[in-house]
Ligand binder design. Structure first.
Ligand SMILES: [Zn+2]
Length: 158
């Protein structure tokens, strides 16, 4: 991964307690994933400005296009339960019982777009922390840096 604005941390790098805790909670969130079709259990944990942590997990459907990603489940939950809350960072991970994940798990394109919308709405960057069951942790400074040349509100005239 060589994207601009993404830092890769390995075992030698120290991780703040705040990030370590968010990683632990994102891992826990994979346990509530409903993923009978992909077998890819995704967990997300978002840290709000007041210290609240909101979890999300993927929620699949037999009608595949209706599947919801963990990141968007977390953001929708924040939007409805904590209107106006500022999201400081989000940790994302996944586990796959048939093949251990050992690379940072990056949000899909749809989630990047939704994270960017949330980031622009709150006018503060959302740090994205990505990791698998083992291996390196990737830290991205903002949703915007995960989605270059994004389509956003600036294209829509009023
Ligand atoms: Zn997604």
């Amino acid at each position: 991964m060589k994207e601009e604005g993404v830092k890769i941390l390995n075992e030698k790098d120290s991780i703040s307690d705040e990030i370590a805790n968010l990683i632990k909670i994102a891992r826990e969130a994979t346990n509530s994933a409903y993923a009978p079709y992909s077998n890819f259990y995704v967990g997300a944990a978002a840290l709000l400005e007041d210290g609240t942590i909101v979890k999300g997990s993927n929620f699949e459907n037999a009608s595949y296009p209706l599947c919801l990603c963990a990141e968007r489940v977390a953001l929708a939950s924040i939007h409805s339960q904590y209107p106006g809350a500022i999201v400081k960072m989000m940790a994302v991970t996944a586990r796959n019982p048939s093949q251990k994940t050992n690379e940072p798990i990056a949000p899909c394109g749809a989630c990047r777009q939704v994270l960017l919308e949330y980031e622009q709405k709150q006018k503060e960057e959302i740090k994205i922390i990505m990791f698998g069951e083992e291996g390196n942790v990737a830290v991205c400074k903002s949703a915007a840096s995960l989605l270059p040349m994004a389509f956003d509100h600036s294209f829509l005239s009023k």
